[in-house]
Design a protein around this ligand. Structure first.
Ligand code: 6MZ
Length: 364
């Protein structure tokens, strides 16, 4: 197995509906085509198309949502997405998704998230630890370490920690955003740790989501924002003023934004393939990863939408290593450093540190 696959990794920026296997998406679309809900011949090539601009990506999401948004489909894609990340040695996954309401399917934002939780419970190929430690009678601490020991002894049962972020879509109103935050608070016992602001960056205004984001933070939820995915200097400043716990992308930052970002030390979720495919960054050699890495700014490599952009987290590590001349040891350190930016509690962090330290011995 190549080192970028076998190396333990941490995924902090993965959208559920962007991470669906092509096969599953086609199968679900075909079933809807057979029922006459959609014209399969019209959507097949859209699903399989590889290179898309940012605006085309959001059109694809509207199609994906038609195809996936019933409870059994949400449960299925959640199960498969977790299995896929675990199969490439992701040991901690923060999965984000936008809770959806669909009256005709009897779906509420809460029942949508319950279907996601059902998907986590349905995973059979690995042990999924998603209930926070203080909520569970069985102490999950050191489960990964035990796993590392098991591997040494030859008996192998993989484990993955999963935590959920609920996304606010930029098309939503203040009230809808608040509803998502309240749901996140109610679902904390089930591993919901934070809120993400995402969706088409050409749509909506920062001021709309601010009350819900403020409330979320006051209540102890973690916040990550899609920030600077398009050129919008004022919004980037407003977002940096808010001091989120992490940001994603940071493609259209200007000098003053960089200065403020660096002085605030906000970790950045870097999605190389996504940025290149959507032309948010012209070529990999001018990607801001290089500057942030060189100044030791906190950053983490992520996939964004592994299905939509046909990538994997291992592939993102491989691309970074080959594009920026980094070796296996440096990539391991990069992966390990992400522990400090996860939104799970200290027990999970300590468990991950121990696990990475044991894995490091295999590198020497
Ligand atoms: C902004 C994105 C995104 O929530 O239905 N999403 N938002 N920028 C991106 N970069 C390309 N990729 C995905 O997953 C799909 C939703 O995630 C957001 C969009 O709101 C998209 O509809 P969920 O599981």
């Amino acid at each position: 197995m190549e080192w970028w696959v076998s190396m333990p990794k941490i995924e902090l920026h993965a959208h559920l509906n962007g991470s669906i296997r092509d096969f599953t998406l086609l199968e679900l679309a075909k079933a809807l085509g057979d029922k006459g809900v959609i014209d399969f011949s019209q959507v097949e090539h859209v699903i399989l198309k590889n290179d898309r601009s940012l605006s085309e990506v959001f059109k694809l999401f509207d199609l994906i949502h038609i195809v996936t948004t019933d409870h059994p489909s949400i449960t299925r894609i959640t199960k498969e997405v977790v299995e896929d990340f675990a199969s490439e040695n992701v040991v901690y996954l923060e999965l984000r998704t936008t809770p959806k309401k669909n009256d005709s399917l009897g779906m509420s934002k809460r029942s949508y998230i319950e279907a996601v939780l059902e998907g986590l419970r349905a995973v059979s190929s690995v042990d999924v630890a998603f209930i926070p430690c203080n909520e569970e009678p069985r102490n999950l601490s050191s489960s990964l370490l035990a796993d590392a020991n098991d591997k040494c002894n030859g008996s192998m049962r993989k484990k993955i920690f999963v935590r959920l972020l609920l996304s606010i879509d930029r098309r939503e109103t203040t009230e809808a955003a608040m509803e998502t935050v309240i749901l996140a608070l109610e679902m904390r016992h089930f591993g919901v740790v934070g809120i993400d602001l995402s969706g088409n960056p050409a749509v909506g205004e920062w001021i709309t989501y601010l009350p819900a984001l403020k409330f979320a933070r006051e209540q102890g939820l973690y916040i990550t924002l899609h920030c600077g995915e398009v050129s919008n200097s004022k919004e980037i400043h407003d977002m940096l003023d808010f001091l989120p716990h992490r940001i994603g992308h940071a493609c259209f930052f200007e000098e003053e934004h960089w200065r403020r970002l660096k002085s605030s030390n906000i970790p950045v979720e870097i999605c190389l393939t996504s940025n290149i495919k959507t032309l948010s960054v012209p070529t990999i050699d001018v990607h801001h990863f290089v500057d942030l890495y060189n100044v030791k700014h906190p950053l983490v490599l992520c996939t964004d939408d592994s299905g939509v952009f046909s990538t994997t987290l291992s592939n993102e590590y491989k691309i970074a290593a080959s594009s920026f001349g980094l070796g296996q040891k440096e990539m391991f350190e990069l992966s390990k450093n992400a522990i400090e930016f996860i939104f799970a509690d200290n027990v999970v962090k300590e468990d991950l540190r121990n696990f990475f330290n044991s894995a490091a011995k295999n590198l020497e």
